[in-house]
Ligand binder design. Structure first.
Ligand SMILES: NC(=O)C1=CN([C@@H]2O[C@H](COP(=O)(O)OP(=O)(O)OC[C@H]3O[C@@H](n4cnc5c(N)ncnc54)[C@H](OP(=O)(O)O)[C@@H]3O)[C@@H](O)[C@H]2O)C=CC1
Ligand SMILES: CCCCCC(=O)/C=C/[C@H]1[C@H](O)CC(=O)[C@@H]1CCCCCCC(=O)O
Length: 269
């Protein structure tokens, strides 16, 4: 849900109930136990409990109720030693908001293409583009996701990239070329040089830019508040795929990477 606490740790606190540690807190966390080889497996994670020291003056203790599982956790974890706590960070909505509006600067009548279109970032990107009067073409990994995009989120076109010729789908749905391509999955779906996007890059003199959403940290509330307003006005719809229970964090993460989620993948602790 938009505007929920933005930072979720892959760890969870509970009060220690017995004996001399009664004023201490047990923290449960998942650590990276083995390096991911290909798709992450449940055995790559290990559940660890640790007693936290009492909090000191000026510190505070939080208990997580909802947690986030995110794609970047996969490449990012390769940079850290085994035993590192897995973390997630829920920033999808503002990634869509600032990434699209600031970098793509979509204008009415333009054609916007988005991959990972039924995911947390992609589903919001497409809807903001629609609000701005653009034609929106989405790519997602199942027919039911595409149906949701077209029927409920009002995408102009949505294609199951596992079942279609992506180049042909783009050729037919974007006869005037593409003005903005918001790529959520790298080269996994669209190989730019084989599609109409290549000619659009040249003819429309497009630019390519990467970003980290923290670039707009000083405008964070602006994004959240605008998105919230659009949700309240019924202009933006969202879905969450909720896994129940802290112990299911690895399964939720693996499932999200496989495409089990529609909208944001979260865990209810
Ligand atoms: N730059 C930044 O600051 C930020 C960037 N991001 C990026 O945004 C993107 C989307 O993140 P988010 O919305 O949280 O995740 P999603 O909710 O979109 O979940 C990931 C989705 O990726 C799709 N997917 C998985 N494997 C493949 C594959 N091989 N080919 C194509 N699609 C695949 C699946 O959908 P499907 O069924 O359609 O295949 C899956 O549901 C990620 O690349 C993430 O790293 C996110 C936050 C901040
Ligand atoms: C390492 C792959 C990053 C893929 C893009 C992405 O999903 C970014 C997510 C960021 C999110 O805003 C919260 C974070 O902490 C993520 C940043 C992760 C990596 C930053 C690496 C910067 C560096 O090279 O030091």
């Amino acid at each position: 849900m938009i505007n929920r606490v933005e930072l979720f740790w892959f760890s969870f606190l509970k009060p220690e109930s017995t004996g001399r540690f009664s004023n201490m807190v047990l923290n449960k966390k998942f650590i990276m136990h083995k390096r991911f080889e290909g798709e992450p497996k449940p055995s790559d994670f290990k559940l660890v409990e640790e007693k936290l020291p009492p909090i000191s003056e000026g510190e505070f203790l939080c208990k997580a109720k909802w947690m986030s599982v995110d794609p970047y956790m996969r490449p990012y974890s390769a940079r850290y030693p085994l035993g590192t706590t897995m973390i997630g960070s829920q920033v999808a909505e503002n990634t869509a908001y600032f990434g699209l509006l600031e970098l793509c600067q979509p204008k009415a009548g333009e054609t916007v293409v988005v991959t990972g279109a039924a995911g947390a970032v992609g589903s919001i990107v497409g809807q903001i583009a629609r609000i701005k009067g653009c034609k929106v073409i989405g790519f997602a990994g199942s027919d039911s996701k595409c149906k949701w995009l077209k029927d409920e989120l009002a995408f102009d076109a949505a294609f199951n990239y596992k079942e279609c010729s992506v180049a042909k789908a783009l050729q037919e749905s974007a006869p005037n070329g593409v003005d903005c391509y918001f790529d959520n999955v790298s080269e996994n779906i669209i190989h730019i040089s084989t599609t109409v996007i290549q000619m659009s890059l040249v003819a429309k003199q497009l630019k390519m830019e990467g970003f980290l959403v923290h670039r707009w940290a000083n405008r964070w509330d602006e994004g959240i508040n605008q998105l919230l307003e659009w949700v309240q006005e019924g202009k933006i719809k969202y879905r969450e795929t909720i896994s129940e229970g802290f112990d299911n964090m690895p399964a939720a993460f693996i499932g999200m990477l496989r495409g089990d989620n529609v909208g944001k993948a979260v865990v209810k602790v």
